[in-house]
Design a binder for this molecule. Structure first.
Ligand SMILES: Cc1cc2nc3c(=O)[nH]c(=O)nc-3n(C[C@H](O)[C@H](O)[C@H](O)COP(=O)(O)OP(=O)(O)OC[C@H]3O[C@@H](n4cnc5c(N)ncnc54)[C@H](O)[C@@H]3O)c2cc1C
Length: 368
């Protein structure tokens, strides 16, 4: 979010902008730990509209930003084994069709035919959208940062924000481990850590960091090149091709909020057993790598965009586990809001911070 916002502000002529990252390298936070999935298949109009703007920006990335990002249109195939999910997805697909997203509805036989190396005899239905796919997160972050630097902005790593100095209810400066930066405008794009930055400015942001983990396998020659991003929705279990092997993850529904991002070995075994039951051939593979990251969950699984009661303190955060794909459009939206005072590309004004206090929550069903 920070890299994209920096680029979009710079492309609108803003030069006195500093992107701050506390880690040694950019993109090592949640973005560097994500699965790289990009999809149009969502259950709310605003999320579908965000994808309709953001994914074409990724398609044009090489030509506009000058960086190859390895966009693979393998499609997302959601498999549904629970009657209540079938009803919800029927509604979602109707909404997607109404907005021009041509998601296919699949029956069990078609799912079993397309995923012949998997066990989905219990499937009730499924959905597939061929333009969903995978993108390399690091290339997107580095592409935006290099392009923004060429436009004249500064991007500093190894600089941690430690405080926000206010004058009354206005931003005055940012305190960092490398000194004070005087400014009237701060964009909080600190992902799962945004709540901490909010506290520094006296702004409560309802974000819970939730650990999510995954592993990759050694090569499996049986996995075809066009293998889709498969999601066993009821178990939040997913598989996609990663190099010559697979990336496999599963969301632990009993995970408690917290900043621990070490691997939960016990849950990894549960994940592996669930994966083996769906795809026995992974028994032949070894584990190549594993890691955990943090989802940045809001109470309604939608992001938070816009202003706060502190003048000059803006938010672009809370993407609830599916924000990488919306990074391009979100940076653009924040450049519009900061410079023009309104969102033009997509109307996300309903996704403001005030909605939590005012009870205007918009629930997204399609969270993995
Ligand atoms: C396991 C996993 C799988 C995922 N899979 C997908 C997927 O397939 N598709 C998808 O679209 N999304 C996915 N996501 C979600 C996605 O990764 C996030 O929504 C998105 O990356 C959030 O980006 P961000 O810029 O808000 O946060 P981040 O990438 O975390 O960036 C915030 C940055 O702020 C820095 N920071 C924090 N505090 C400070 C401070 N005090 N001072 C200076 N810097 C600070 C951090 O170091 C970090 O680099 C996944 C997430 C996880 C954990």
């Amino acid at each position: 979010m920070g890299a994209s916002a920096a680029y979009h502000l710079a492309s609108r002529g803003v030069k006195d902008l500093i992107l701050l990252e506390r880690e040694q390298f950019f993109g090592q936070g949640t973005t560097g730990r994500c699965a790289g999935g990009v999809r149009y298949q969502f259950g709310t109009e605003v999320n579908i509209r965000l994808s309709l703007e953001s994914l074409p920006m990724l398609e044009r990335f090489k030509e506009e930003i000058g960086q190859e990002i390895d966009y693979r249109r393998c499609g997302y195939l959601f498999v549904l084994t629970d009657e209540k999910d079938v009803l919800a997805f029927q509604r979602n697909v109707k909404l997607q069709h109404g907005l021009g997203v041509e998601t296919e509805w699949l029956g069990r036989d078609e799912i079993c035919k397309r995923l012949s190396m998997m066990n989905f005899e219990d499937a009730l239905a499924g959905t597939f959208h061929k333009k969903d796919g995978l993108v390399d997160p690091n290339s997107v972050v580095m592409g935006y940062i290099s392009a923004a630097q060429k436009l004249g902005i500064k991007a500093l790593n190894n600089v941690e924000v430690t405080g926000i100095r206010l004058s009354g209810e206005k931003v005055e400066a940012v305190e960092t481990t490398q000194g004070l930066i005087e400014t009237r405008t701060v964009l909080n794009a600190a992902g799962p850590w945004s709540g901490q930055i909010g506290q520094m400015a006296g702004v409560h942001i309802p974000i819970s960091p939730i650990r999510r983990q995954m592993f990759t396998t050694t090569p499996l020659k049986e996995i075809p090149r066009d293998f889709p991003f498969v999601i066993d929705f009821a178990q939040s279990l997913y598989f996609h091709r990663d190099g010559e092997g697979l990336l496999i993850g599963m969301s632990n529904q009993n995970e408690n909020p917290g900043f621990d991002s070490s691997i939960d070995e016990e849950f990894e075994v549960i994940n592996l057993e669930a994966a083996l039951a769906r795809m026995p051939l992974i028994e032949k593979a070894g584990r190549a790598a594993h890691w955990a990251g943090l989802y940045e969950m809001t109470p309604d699984a939608h992001p938070i965009y816009g202003a706060t009661h502190v003048h000059g303190f803006y938010l672009c955060t809370g993407f609830s586990g599916h924000g990488f794909m919306h990074g391009p459009v979100s940076g653009k939206l924040m450049s519009e809001f900061i410079l023009d005072g309104k969102f033009s590309t997509v109307d996300v004004s309903m996704l403001d911070l005030a909605r939590f206090e005012e009870g205007r929550l918009i629930k997204e069903y399609n969270v993995v």
